[in-house]
Design a protein around this ligand. Structure first.
Ligand SMILES: [Fe+2]
Length: 250
């Protein structure tokens, strides 16, 4: 089946889930398109038994632009990206991204922020940070049409809790220096999302975080506990027309 998200993205795009292929206009530039496979994050799943190392989990499409916007993106030093998380759980655990934290922005002396838009499907963005010895987890339930900002100092990952591909776009500075080590060390994020046969989602705590006092909040994209200075306009079109609105990314 082809999952079309052209209107939401302001770029002609669809994902064919049988061929696991992104369909875009012939002249659209996608600088790199890596695939994350189970072998890259086997230790981050509750139980990957019985799944082949080569099982694809998600597809990334980085450095996307229309040919006429090449100079603009190179000048801005910002990348536009798509991610497609597949929807077949791994022994009941929803497919998720690896998760990371960004490097430090040398000008702001804070970690880089990232802007997201949900293009298709539904899921969660799991964010967490330490406040002293307390572990604060923010579970943001998101759906098509939501916009998100990842604040500095938050580890973050996406989780597909639906039964179709979960597709989102993002804008981030080139060379954001993402760090993956802590998630590897802890064998995943603090909460795992488990889906039963009827599609009901339960969250399971990752015992590798039991040395911290845990605070979890469940919010929507509209009730996150920080400012989201993004208009509800497709990121690509908005960035092209109003780059000054995205100064926060630099
Ligand atoms: Fe990120």
């Amino acid at each position: 089946m082809k999952h079309v998200f052209s209107d939401q993205a302001s770029i002609n795009a669809a994902f064919d889930d049988e061929k696991e292929l992104l369909i875009v206009d012939e002249d659209l530039v996608i600088e790199e398109s890596p695939v994350r496979r189970l072998k890259d994050m086997r230790n981050l799943f509750v139980d990957p038994t019985g799944f082949d190392d080569e099982t694809a989990l998600y597809y990334m499409y980085n450095g996307i632009y229309k040919p006429q916007h090449k100079a603009f993106f190179k000048d801005q030093k910002i990348r536009y990206e798509f991610t497609v998380l597949l929807d077949k759980p791994i022994n009941g655990e929803c497919i998720k991204a690896h998760g990371h934290i960004h490097g430090i922005n040398p000008i702001r002396k804070a970690r880089h922020v990232e802007a997201y838009e949900i293009l298709y499907g539904k899921g969660y963005f799991e964010l967490f940070t330490y406040v002293g010895k307390e572990l604060h987890v923010v579970m943001i339930e998101v759906k098509q049409g939501d916009y998100l900002m990842i604040p500095p100092d938050y580890y973050h990952l996406s989780i597909n809790t639906g039964d179709v591909p979960f597709i989102f776009g993002d804008l981030i500075i080139e060379g954001a220096g993402s760090e993956y080590g802590y998630l590897k060390e802890k064998m995943g994020a603090p909460l795992f999302a488990m889906r039963d046969e009827s599609g009901h989602i339960d969250f399971k705590f990752n015992q590798h975080y039991s040395d911290s006092e845990l605070f979890v909040s469940f919010v929507s994209a509209d009730t996150v506990p920080w400012d989201v200075p993004l208009a509800k306009v497709p990121l690509y079109a908005h960035f092209i027309s109003n780059p000054e609105r995205f100064e926060i990314l630099k």
